[in-house]
Design a protein around this ligand. Structure first.
Ligand code: ATP
Length: 168
C-alpha cells in the first residue's frame, strides 16, 4: 500500500522527492484494509505536499515498535504552531496561516484519517515546528499470525454467505 501511494504521488507531483525507509522483513500483521491504509496515506501525503515550502521532500518510515507498526510521514514544509498541533485532528480545523495561503481544503482530512486509525485501535499524532516541518505518526497494533488467519477465514466465510444471499 505504501509503495503504491508513493508511486502515484511521484507521478502526480513531479519534483517531490519521496523516500521510503522500512525493514523489508517486517510483515504488517494488521487487519487494516488496504483501501483504508491507502486512504490514510493519501491524506497525509496530500498535506505534506500542500503545506510544503522550498524543500520538496517527503520521507516515510515504517518500523515495528512494541508490537505496533509505526508509520511516520515526515515533511519539511511550513509546520504547525505548537498551540495548534493537537487541534488539527478536529473536524473543520484549519491553521490560520493555511487559511490565508491559497491552499484549498475543508479541514476534514486529518479528522477522517484519525477516525480510520482509531477504528483499528491505532493512534495518530503530530509533532511539528514552524518553518522546519511536520511529522505525522500512525501506530497500528500488530497481531499474532494465528489471529490474522482466523479473522481472514471468518471473513471469507462471511463473504461466501453474502455472495450466496446476493445471488438469491
Ligand atoms: P482537507 O479537508 O482538504 O484535507 P485541510 O488540509 O485543511 O483540508 P486537514 O488535512 O484536516 O485539512 O488539516 C487540518 C489543518 O492542519 C490544515 O488546514 C493545515 O493548517 C494543518 N496541516 C495539516 N497537515 C499539515 C502539514 N503536513 N504541515 C503543515 N500544516 C498541516
Amino acid at each position: 500500500a505504501v509503495e503504491q501511494v508513493k508511486r502515484n504521488f511521484e507521478i502526480l507531483h513531479e519534483g517531490f522527492e519521496i523516500t521510503y525507509e522500512h525493514n523489508p522483513h517486517l510483515v504488517l500483521r494488521s487487519l487494516i484494509l488496504r483501501n483504508h491504509l491507502e486512504q490514510i496515506l493519501i491524506i497525509l501525503f496530500d498535506n505534506a505536499v500542500k503545506y510544503s515550502s522550498e524543500r520538496k521532500e517527503i520521507k516515510i518510515t515504517l518500523t515495528e515498535v512494541a508490537n505496533k507498526a509505526v508509520i511516520n510521514v515526515i515533511d519539511y514544509g511550513v509546520g504547525i504552531d505548537p498551540t495548534e498541533v493537537d487541534k488539527v485532528f478536529n473536524r473543520f480545523y484549519r491553521v490560520d496561516k493555511a487559511r490565508t495561503r491559497e491552499v484549498g481544503g475543508n479541514g476534514l482530512g486529518l479528522a477522517i484519517a484519525k477516525q480510520l486509525v482509531v477504528s483499528y485501535r491505532g493512534e495518530i499524532t503530530a509533532t511539528s515546528e514552524v518553518g522546519i516541518g511536520t511529522t505525522v505518526t500512525i501506530s497500528l497494533p500488530l497481531m499474532e499470525e494465528e489471529v490474522i488467519q482466523t479473522a481472514r477465514k471468518k471473513n471469507s466465510k462471511k463473504n461466501k454467505t453474502l455472495k450466496r444471499v446476493n445471488k438469491k
